[in-house]
Each structure stands twice: as C-alpha cells, then as structure tokens.
Design a protein around this ligand. Structure first.
Ligand SMILES: Cc1cc2nc3c(=O)[nH]c(=O)nc-3n(C[C@H](O)[C@H](O)[C@H](O)COP(=O)(O)OP(=O)(O)OC[C@H]3O[C@@H](n4cnc5c(N)ncnc54)[C@H](O)[C@@H]3O)c2cc1C
Ligand code: SF4
Length: 344
C-alpha cells in the first residue's frame, strides 16, 4: 500500500544541457535512471514513493529538445515543447488542429504550461491500484486488482486488455496516432523512428510499460508528416469534469475527401481510454473509404467500433461512448467538444 509522505525519497539529480549528455546519463544508470521532463507526472510518483529512481535526469535545461519546426510539409515538435506551446502554435493550429485541440484538452492550464508533449505521450498508467502501490501484475506481482469481482474498474479497458486492464491516459497519444506521427528515439547506439501507433504498447508486448521506451532511451521529437495537413479533424473528449481530469474516452479522427469531393477519400480514427494503448480503428477506416459522411454511414461505423468489446463490471458505458463518438466523428458533430477553454 502507498505511504504518502511530505518528502520524496533521495535521488541523485543530474541536469544536463545537451541531449547527448542526457542520453549518456540514461545509458550509464540504465533501469536506475528516470528521465524527467515537466515533472507533472514524475513528481507525483516520487512524492507518493511508488517510484524510487536512484538517479533523476532532469531534461528541462536541454534546449535542443524544444521548439516546433517545419519538416517536409509537416512539422517536427521537440519532445520538451510544452502542451501550451503545442496548443497555441500557429502552424500546429493551421495544419494539425487535431493535435492543438488534444494538447489543449489535457489536464489544466497550469499543468499544460509545464507538461511537455513527450511527457504527455510517455506518461504511465493512472490505474489507482497501481498508482497506490498495490503489487499488481504491472508492478511485478501476481494479480490484477481491477479485474476481480470486487474490482473498481469504471475507468479501465473495454478492449484488448489481457492480464492488465489499464488504459492509456494521454490526450495527445490518439492525435499523434491519427496523424501518422513518428516518434524519434535516441540512445547511445543511435537514433530510431517509431510510428506512433507502435510507440504505444499493451500488456501483450510489455506489461510494465505503456510505450516502447526502455532504459537508456530518450524521446527527442515527434515528426508529423504533411499527409494530413489541413484535413477535416475531429477531437472529442468525454470526462467527468471539464478541467483537470483525464478522459473516460476520447477520439481523434482525420478525414480527407475523395477526389471530386462528397465521399471519404481516406480516414484515421483512433480511440483512447478504452484499451491499454490508443486503439486505431483500421476496419472502420477501410469501411469509410468511398462512403458519404451521412447518418447511415455513421451508424454502421459506430456499430463496427463497438464490436469485440469486453466490458468489466463497471465500465460498460464506455462501449456506448465509443460507438457514439465514432458516429459523431463521421458526422462531424460535437467537433472540438472537450478542448481546453479555460483561462491560462
Ligand atoms: C491533476 C492532473 C491531471 C491530469 N490530467 C490529464 C489529462 O486530462 N490528460 C492527459 O493527457 N494528461 C493529464 N495529466 C498528465 C499530465 O498531462 C502529464 O503527466 C504531463 O503532460 C506529463 O508531461 P511532463 O513533461 O510533466 O512529463 P514528466 O512527468 O516529466 O514525465 C512523464 C513520463 O514520461 C517520461 N518522459 C518524459 N519526457 C521524456 C523524454 N523526452 N524521453 C523519455 N521519457 C520521457 C518520464 O520518464 C515519465 O515516465 C494530468 C496530470 C495531473 C497531475
Ligand atoms: S489494471 Fe493493470 S495497473 Fe491496474 S491493477 Fe490491474 S494489472 Fe495493475
């Protein structure tokens, strides 16, 4: 069980000023090291004494990881760019308003001013058993406390759960997946790019983490191709209260018209909050190509999205939410609902 204290456990703090030094430190200390960006998730883990890294590599002085630059019709966004900067940047708003809306829907204005895009996409599970220090599967134990007859699982997964029924909590993750973004990861052995849909992992790949990042890895940037620039976007987030709250279910969708207009030419639809990783609805996307965005299409797309759901005792409502959010995305209704509108 968690022991809440008013001081954090001791750790060695490093504050590198270059990405190469940061990567060197992460490599040197391996599983004992923790990369900290804005600290909005990290510090809670430390204060609750659930995560006790021996070494914290504070990235906040690594300026080369900040900023938003044009890249072959798209954009490259440094991992340390804050959510507020992403939300407000003119090029993000003009080309990829989906991401601007997703960033603006996360947490609260204060958290968005400190929290970074890389940290938001890489944040860990919010399952309260795990975050309270229970020795569940994700923590290396032998059970899932959320998936028992008495488990509190209102916020948990309805798709693709396996042994762990947690969900990915990030608002920007589904937008990055819908935009076909690529995540740039640097380690001492070099730099690799991973498609956003593959950056997020479920328990079938690794039950102890939500992304492919391993010890020694530093996310340096997110590259968004020009493919979806200016598409017809739809972001919607359903949450219990309109600020400072995680999504129960959110959706990020992009539509390109067919040549000549009218029908759908191509589509990306990604749900989050329903599975351990953002759920790209490839079958729905295939169905939508060539279809008109009308009520009949929306109803079928919504029904397809709900297929295969396996709700737990307390989260059956998420299946209806998934179905209706997909239908609304196809129709373009409720567009932008749930975005951040509070004063900064
Ligand atoms: C009260 C509250 C409400 C919140 N509500 C929401 C919400 O509605 N929606 C939402 O999406 N989020 C929400 N969050 C989460 C918050 O937005 C994220 O925790 C925050 O954006 C993380 O960014 P950060 O830069 O502070 O990351 P940190 O806390 O510093 O890091 C988060 C994780 O990412 C890793 N990491 C960060 N940067 C890198 C990097 N460059 N390379 C490798 N690993 C890295 C860290 O090691 C750590 O595991 C909420 C948080 C709080 C406290
Ligand atoms: S859902 Fe995952 S994180 Fe939560 S108790 Fe079960 S195993 Fe642990």
């Amino acid at each position: 069980m968690a022991t809440i204290r008013d001081v954090m456990p001791e750790f060695a703090l490093y504050r590198p000023t270059g990405a190469a030094d940061a990567v060197g430190l992460l490599d040197k200390y391996g599983a004992d090291a923790w990369a900290m960006a804005g600290g909005q998730d990290s510090l809670d883990w430390f204060k609750d004494r659930i995560k006790r890294p021996k070494v914290v590599v504070d990235l906040s002085m690594v300026d080369e990881l900040r900023g938003i630059r044009p890249l072959e019709g798209g954009l490259e966004i440094g991992a340390l760019t804050t959510l507020s900067e992403v939300e407000r940047h003119p090029q993000v708003r003009a080309k990829f308003s989906l991401l601007a809306q997703a960033a603006g829907a996360a947490a609260s204005p204060q958290i968005r001013n400190r929290g970074t895009l890389g940290g938001n996409a890489s944040q860990d599970s919010r399952c309260w058993y795990y975050r309270s220090g229970f020795d569940c599967y994700r923590a290396g134990g032998h059970t899932c406390y959320a998936d028992t007859p008495v488990g509190q699982n209102r916020e948990h997964a309805v798709f693709g759960a396996g042994r762990c029924v947690t969900v990915n909590p990030s608002d920007t993750a589904p937008a990055l997946a819908a935009l076909d973004a690529r995540m740039v990861i640097r380690s001492v052995t070099g730099t690799r790019e991973v498609a956003a849909v593959d950056y997020f992992v479920g328990p079938e790949i690794d039950i102890t983490r939500l992304t492919v990042l391993g010890p020694g890895d530093l996310l340096t940037a997110v590259r968004i191709p020009g493919t979806w620039a200016g598409a017809d976007f739809h972001f919607e987030k359903v949450r219990d209260r309109q600020v400072w709250d995680f999504a129960l279910v959110n959706i990020a969708a992009a539509f390109l018209p067919a040549v000549g207009g009218g029908a759908v030419g191509d589509a990306r639809i990604v749900l989050n909050g329903v599975a351990p990783r953002p759920l790209r609805l490839s079958r729905v996307e295939d169905f939508l190509r060539g279809k008109a965005r009308d009520a009949a299409t929306a109803e079928t797309a919504g029904a397809m999205a709900a297929q295969g759901a396996e709700p737990l005792q307390h989260n059956g409502y998420k299946v209806a939410l998934a179905r209706n959010l997909v239908a609304r995305a196809v129709l373009g209704t409720g567009r932008g609902h749930g975005g951040g509108k509070e004063a900064a």
